[in-house]
Design a binder for this molecule. Structure first.
Ligand SMILES: Nc1ncnc2c1ncn2[C@@H]1O[C@H](COP(=O)(O)OP(=O)(O)OP(=O)(O)O)[C@@H](O)[C@H]1O
Length: 550
């Protein structure tokens, strides 16, 4: 298609030569209607091809955006938790929305530019050389100078656009955080300060963008100037050539027309190099993200684990976060199949870290974790995760119906199963009292529900999952005493026959646990049943006395 556009552009320039020589100079009657007809036909073909090509190119561009976005999202979903936590979600969003389009813009511009403008320039230059090669040579003198200007501008653009893109990421991070924390901002009256912070970022971004704009804007007039000098030189040379009648008037006109027509695509080509640099900077960022390989992966040839009993064993497990925080310094314990083991201890001791290692959100740096006697690193991650249900501290819900949120861990569950899970989690009554019942959409992160309601939906989700291993992280912390009692009763039902590892701050909720481990500073300080630990009079006894006093 682009070859047709370029070919027809060159044909139109070429047609000027016979038009002038045959019609005006020779006064040929056939040429009088043949040439206008040829002009109309060439224009028609060019217009049609132009339309098809611009639609095709837009499609290619948008397809690239869509494909890049899908690849990025897939990568984000498979990425290690550690990586996701290290990068602010705003940066991920800006790569997804902004960099992906910048990249495709640049690719489609480059393809169109190189193919259509490049072909036009080559063909039009061909016409110029065909009409008069010496003249064409004169017209080309500006070319190397223009190339130099472009290269410098390109380098500069790449540098500033990298800075602008980084600032876009920062801005996106700032915005997502401020929107999430609107209540905090209002409660502490920090609106004006937040505006100042965002203003700083917006202004810095504008500054970098304007630097890129200035560089781009300077390239075109500079090259225009070089171009006009070349055109002036060619006209001067051609005028002399005409006087010595080396060149017909038609050939001269055709030459000038080709030169003027070549001018626009040449201009676009020079711009192209500059905007290509912008795209390359975006590509750097997108590919850097696509290239990050997750570290928590299936071992080669790993087979799925079929969890039958569901016992968990920690053998001298050590773990440090990427910033060097040693969170676990050799943890050994057992959760026998079907039993309930509780982790308690001071804040920051390593309880959540311990639980996060079981679904392999992170891999231990030393030691082993076994499920049913098999090292979980030797089997597929998917099969390990399928054997467990997690109820996390933050009660995560998506902006969807209550039914879909409950069924998240088991897509395709029947309505009766969802309702049974809701009943088991003491959530059924409040759900059916909502105007739309199970079809109620919960709002972003579940804002339309109370903290306790959110928690109960998460517990219902775990019920429906019906997995042999249950990981409860502060499962009842968001509940009032009454619903906590209800939940305790239902949880006991859920725990029956399952292996449960539970973290609780309210020590009263875990007095029935088969074994309690007190985790302090990355180690297990003491273990035993509630009564044993109280009798021992150690850290647990102190924590319990403190909790009772509150
Ligand atoms: N993503 C992280 N990056 C770096 N360090 C972390 C990260 N998460 C936790 N830590 C650190 O690891 C240690 C153990 O944290 P962990 O969350 O496991 O404690 P916890 O016992 O669950 O605490 P809490 O009862 O307050 O929830 C702490 O020193 C904490 O600062």
């Amino acid at each position: 298609m682009m070859a047709i556009v370029a070919g027809m552009t060159a044909a139109l320039a070429y047609l000027l030569s016979p038009a002038i020589d045959d019609i005006f100079v020779k006064r040929d009657p056939t040429a009088l209607w043949m040439i206008p007809l040829a002009v109309v036909v060439a224009s028609l073909i060019k217009s049609g091809a132009d339309y098809v090509q611009s639609v095709q190119m837009s499609y290619v561009g948008q397809r690239i955006v869509a494909d890049t976005q899908l690849k990025l999202f897939d990568r984000f979903m498979r990425a290690d938790l550690a990586w996701i936590h290290d990068i602010h979600s705003g940066r991920l969003i800006s790569a997804f929305l902004y960099d992906a389009s910048l990249l495709s813009d640049s690719v489609s511009k480059t393809v169109v530019g190189l193919l259509r403008d490049g072909a036009s320039v080559i063909l039009l230059t061909g016409v110029m050389y065909f009409q008069n090669w010496q003249l064409a040579l004169v017209a080309s003198i500006g070319f190397p100078v223009a190339m130099l200007v472009m290269r410098r501008a390109g380098r500069k653009t790449r540098k500033v656009s990298t800075k602008a893109q980084a600032e876009t990421g920062t801005l996106a991070s700032l915005l997502t955080e401020r929107f999430d924390g609107t209540r905090l901002v209002k409660a502490y009256g920090r609106e004006a300060d937040e505006l100042r912070t965002v203003t700083g970022s917006v202004e810095r971004r504008l500054k970098h963008l304007m630097k890129a704009v200035r560089t781009k804007s300077a390239t075109v007039p500079l090259n225009d100037l070089i171009g006009s000098v070349a055109i002036a030189g060619a006209i001067l040379y051609a005028g002399v050539a005409m006087q010595t009648s080396e060149m017909s008037f038609g050939a001269f006109t055709s030459f000038i027309a080709a030169m003027i027509m070549a001018y626009q695509p040449l201009r676009s080509l020079s711009n192209l190099h500059v905007s290509l640099q912008e795209g390359l900077a975006a590509a750097d960022r997108v590919f850097a993200m696509l290239d990050v390989e997750p570290k928590v992966v299936d071992a080669p040839g790993a087979l799925p684990i079929k969890v039958t009993r569901g016992d968990i064993t920690f053998e001298d497990v050590r773990f440090s976060y990427s910033d060097g925080t040693a969170a676990l310094k050799g943890v050994t314990f057992d959760v026998p199949a079907g039993k309930t083991v509780a982790l308690v201890g001071p804040s920051g001791g390593g309880k959540s870290t311990t639980i996060n290692l079981i679904p392999r959100f992170y891999d231990p740096a030393g030691g082993r974790i076994l499920v049913d006697g098999i090292d979980i690193k030797a089997v597929t991650i998917d099969s390990v995760r399928r054997a467990m249900a997690l109820v996390a501290q933050e009660a995560t819900l998506f902006d969807d119906t209550i039914a879909s949120n409950i069924a998240y861990g088991r897509p395709g569950a029947a309505r009766e199963e969802i309702e049974a899970a809701a009943r088991a989690a003491a959530a059924f009554d409040f759900i059916v009292n909502l105007p739309l019942g199970f079809e109620t959409v919960v709002g972003e992160s579940g804002v339309k529900l109370s903290g306790g309601q959110r928690q109960r939906i998460c517990i219902a989700r775990a019920f429906l999952r019906d997995a042999p291993i249950l990981l409860l992280d502060e499962a009842t912390s968001a509940l009032d005493t009454e619903s906590e009692r209800q939940i305790q009763a239902t949880l006991r039902g859920l725990m029956k026959g399952r292996t449960t590892l539970v973290i609780a701050h309210r020590l009263s909720t875990i007095v029935d646990a088969d074994c309690i481990h007190v985790v302090e500073a990355g180690r297990i300080a003491e273990s035993g049943s509630h009564d044993e630990l109280i009798a021992k009079g150690g850290l647990y006894a102190r924590l319990y006395a403190q909790a009772e006093a509150e």
